[in-house]
Design a protein around this ligand. Structure first.
Ligand code: ADP
Length: 485
């Protein structure tokens, strides 16, 4: 039987599977063929209330708050081991639910295991500090959990993004209410079950599924939530921040991007080529850190785009089970949005340098988009400035370092950048001038790097996930002062 076939996923509240109060359900559709294969609970405010109350009880009264950081870490480490033990099931489910190629589902499970392992190991290594203060006083800081953390998760990398949120939040002693995306909730429900099995006390890790406006909105505005972490589109991030502001809650926002890769004429072009292609094709371009712009120094613009074009022309979108270059996009709406972007760019005069294809026998009901490479893109155009979230790469020519940096920093986003050059001085100069949360030199990490702090400037958001830095976001400093005379 195919992965997840017939699954009727429930919410998980207080360690128990429960249906939504309204009893309604949402069909789960496979983007590769448009077929319904499972369903999730369609939750609303009363379900959110129940989940937040459960997380609050687990935070205030439960064994969780009395556990040592080492014990919490062991539970997370065990969760990582359980994810690993269930890797085939989880990878197949993620791949079917999102349409991502099978190997990407496997890579996502591997990354999720690493997050739980990393945060399991880090849980008891977050130290406060002693502060030199007045004579006769002892002053020190500790890192305290926020309390109940709401995690609103997108559909592009549910396993990975859940793992980085849950790993850091639970390591610091918070309890969780997770609202996965309506388009891809199945692995989140499964991971919450595994967390129970790993020893997470009931109520520590709650899941409420449903639509953003019906379940996500009441969660982000809930007075019982102490902190909100969100990964997703910039527009939704703005709405969530406004909702959290009603209660003056802190937020971590990991939003969109329009990330550049800068290729200088002296770069190792052979090394850059596959990385530039992969950075926009991975997950069908549905990656916040997708390298969606390539800036090429003029002397090699023609040669480099010719090579890129060859590779783009050979790319084929296929159903997830074929494990091709890329799968379908997540749903019809997204596929139409990306197709609209491409049509608008063409109508505005952008040159199509190459177009990949969709497998001739791809199922009719699937949400496919052929990859497109645009050249000589006007830096002021919509294609140059807005996030497409699909397999669409825009190429630009530049002259010299200054223009490269101006173009790279020329959008409202600032998530990731790549700099390709063999000149050591330039590597440092350009990396320093780029306004982005991560800069790679002669490399690019679309979505990777468990250990590397990740987050944006400007419209790409604020706060940092991943690495040790996330543990700081998922806790608050508390200063204690003793007058011992
Ligand atoms: P998309 O627009 O592609 O669906 P979003 O960024 O809107 O992507 O979705 C990311 C997550 O945010 C999903 O879990 C979605 O349900 C949730 N979401 C959407 N709208 C809201 C909202 N107004 N308030 C809270 N969560 C929301």
């Amino acid at each position: 039987m195919s992965a997840g076939e017939g699954t009727q996923a429930s919410n998980l509240i207080g360690g128990e599977p429960v249906d939504s109060a309204g009893g309604e359900r949402i069909d789960v559709v496979c983007p590769s063929d448009g077929a319904v294969f499972a369903s999730i609970a369609r939750s609303a405010a009363p379900d959110v209330d129940a989940a937040v109350a459960s997380a609050r009880r687990a935070f205030e009264d439960g064994p969780w708050s009395r556990m040592t950081a080492t014990e919490r870490g062991r539970i997370l480490t065990r969760l990582g081991e359980l994810v690993d033990a269930n890797r085939d099931e989880l990878a197949a489910l993620e791949s079917r639910d999102t349409g991502k190629p099978a190997r990407q589902g496997v890579a996502d499970v591997t990354a999720a295991c690493r997050y739980y392992e990393y945060y399991g190991g880090a849980a008891d290594k977050v130290h406060g500090s002693q502060i030199p203060f007045l004579d006769g006083y002892l002053a020190f800081t500790t890192r305290e959990p926020h309390g109940v953390v709401a995690g609103i998760i997108p559909w592009n990398y549910p396993l990975q993004i859940l793992a980085r949120v849950a790993g850091a939040a639970l390591a610091m002693g918070n309890t969780l209410v997770v609202k996965p995306a309506e388009d891809a909730s199945l692995t989140t429900v499964r991971i919450a079950e595994l967390a129970l099995e790993a020893g997470c006390p009931p109520g520590v890790f709650n899941v409420v599924t449903g639509y953003g406006t019906e379940a996500g909105a009441p969660l982000s505005a809930h007075p019982g939530v102490d902190y909100v972490t969100f990964t997703g589109s910039t527009a939704t991030g703005t709405a969530i921040q406004q909702a959290a502001a009603i209660n003056n809650r802190g937020v971590t926002m990991e939003l969109g991007g329009k990330s550049p890769q800068i290729v200088f004429a002296d770069a190792d072009l052979e090394a850059a080529l596959p990385v530039v292609v992969n950075a926009i094709i991975q997950n069908g371009g549905q990656t916040c850190s997708a390298g969606s712009r390539v800036l090429i120094e003029r002397p090699v613009y023609g040669a480099f785009t010719a090579e890129l074009a060859k590779r783009f022309a050979a790319l084929v979108a296929q159903p997830h089970y074929r494990d091709g270059d890329l799968g379908p996009l997540i749903n019809r709406l997204q596929a139409d949005r990306v197709a609209g972007f491409v049509a608008e760019a063409e109508a505005a005069g952008a040159t199509v340098l190459a177009r990949g294809s969709v497998a001739a026998d791809a199922p009719e009901g699937g949400c496919y988009q052929a990859p497109v490479l645009f050249g000589d893109v006007d830096p002021q155009s919509k294609l140059a400035r807005e996030e497409v979230f699909g397999p669409v790469l825009a190429a630009f020519a530049f002259d010299g370092e200054d223009e490269a940096v101006t173009l790279a920093n020329g959008t409202e986003y600032g998530l990731v950048a790549g700099v390709w050059t063999s000149d050591g001085g330039r590597q440092h100069r350009v990396a320093k001038r780029i306004r982005a949360g991560q800069v790679y030199v002669n490399a690019y990490g679309a979505g990777g790097g468990i250990e590397l702090p990740f987050g944006g400037f400007g419209k790409s958001g604020h706060g940092r996930e991943k690495g040790f830095e996330a543990l700081i976001d998922m806790s608050a400093a508390k200063t204690t002062v003793f007058n011992h005379g």
